[in-house]
Design a protein around this ligand. Structure first.
Ligand SMILES: NC(=O)c1ccc[n+]([C@@H]2O[C@H](COP(=O)([O-])OP(=O)(O)OC[C@H]3O[C@@H](n4cnc5c(N)ncnc54)[C@H](OP(=O)(O)O)[C@@H]3O)[C@@H](O)[C@H]2O)c1
Length: 326
């Protein structure tokens, strides 16, 4: 089928492009003139240059697609406004263009996030029927994007996929932690166990592809996740073991991380860079539990995560070493 992938050059987007091409789809990747295209080099895909903030640039690529996979988003930003401009209004722009110029398209898949729903209350894994309470501008902007998609359900066949933390080759977020481990330190936040759902990028891509191809997924929302949840303690131990290091475990008091976040923001305001740690990130990190239940995707789409945590982390470490990132 003819597919359009927005955010095609990004971490998840580039893996999705690989999977769609290997399944025989004709793929167009929406990228920007400034995008780094290194993960798309040598692939048999068409490139369309556009920006979700510029509706006119979306018309031609949207017109030609049978399935749209919408991944373009900002996950970090210096200014709060950017989250809403790209994640919410950018999604709205693409939905409007699709509804106007290509209402007969087979599917519009919106890749949202567990952050749109928020942390899990009382340690229970979130299900799709749970009410959403995002705690960051990123999460709120992704929830607004979901709500925008819901408004178009009478005109477009929309499916929403919500991944938790995604890791794997090409990821730069968890990379920071791998680099700290390499310095023989294993910091953990607070003194209580914190739990999270985490998913290898190949499994996330499996969920996104199923969402686009399945008849049953029209109008639905699904969480996807890895083969099991884990604690940060277990995750970082697994990472250290895969690297063959025995780092010193240090418990950071939550207030110290909040203070560091304030300094991070202050520093970034001078350097004009996006801070690695800010107050919203610190708030997200200090939650007890970020877990979701992928049972509905399993029952309705046949989603089966296939990469174990140990195997996925080992593969990621090997890849980081091969490209010289750690
Ligand atoms: N990674 C995770 O842990 C995770 C977890 C849950 C959900 N998600 C969701 O998965 C999707 C992909 O995330 P990712 O981790 O792959 O992020 P990423 O590597 O930062 O990729 C984001 C992509 O969006 C594009 N983009 C940003 N602003 C744009 C704009 N105004 N117009 C057009 N394209 C724009 C970027 O293009 P440039 O390269 O030009 O900036 C890039 O291709 C996002 O929707 C994210 O919310 C990710």
């Amino acid at each position: 089928m003819r597919t359009l992938v927005t955010g095609a050059n990004g971490f998840v987007g580039s893996h999705l492009v690989d999977a769609l091409l290997s399944r025989g789809h004709q793929v167009t990747g929406l990228v920007r003139r400034t995008s780094d295209l290194r993960w798309l080099e040598g692939l048999q895909l068409n490139l369309a240059y556009g920006d979700v903030a510029d509706p006119a640039s979306l018309v031609k690529p949207a017109q030609e697609a049978e399935i749209v996979f919408h991944l373009a988003a900002v996950t970090k930003a210096r200014r709060r406004e950017t989250f809403y401009r790209v994640n919410h209004r950018g999604t709205m722009n693409l939905l409007q263009v699709c509804a106007r110029y290509n209402p007969g398209m087979a599917r519009f898949v919106l890749v949202s996030s567990l952050a749109a729903c928020g942390p899990s209350p009382g340690g229970r894994s979130l299900r799709e029927t749970d009410e959403c309470s995002p705690i960051s501008d990123y999460g709120r902007s992704k929830l607004l994007a979901e709500e925008a998609a819901a408004e178009f359900r009478d005109r477009l066949s929309v499916t929403v996929i919500r991944p938790p933390v995604v890791y794997g080759p090409r990821d730069r977020d968890l990379l920071i932690y791998f680099r700290i481990l390499k310095k023989h330190l294993r910091p953990l936040l607070g003194f209580r166990e914190r739990h999270l759902s985490i998913c290898h990028v190949r499994d996330v891509v499996q969920g996104i592809v199923l969402a686009g191809e399945s008849e049953r997924s029209a109008g639905q929302t699904y969480f996807v996740s890895g083969e099991r949840d884990c604690s940060w303690n277990e995750l970082t131990r697994t990472m250290a073991a895969a690297m063959g290091v025995r780092p010193l475990k240090i418990h950071l008091p939550i207030f110290a991380v909040r203070v560091a976040a304030v300094f991070g923001e202050l520093f970034a305001s001078f350097t004009r860079e996006t801070p690695v740690l800010n107050r919203q990130k610190a708030r997200e990190m200090s939650q007890q539990c970020w877990t979701c239940d992928p049972g509905k995707a399993g029952e309705e789409l046949g989603y089966r995560p296939s990469v174990s945590l140990e195997e996925g982390i080992r593969e990621t470490v090997e890849w980081y070493r091969r490209v010289g990132w750690i």
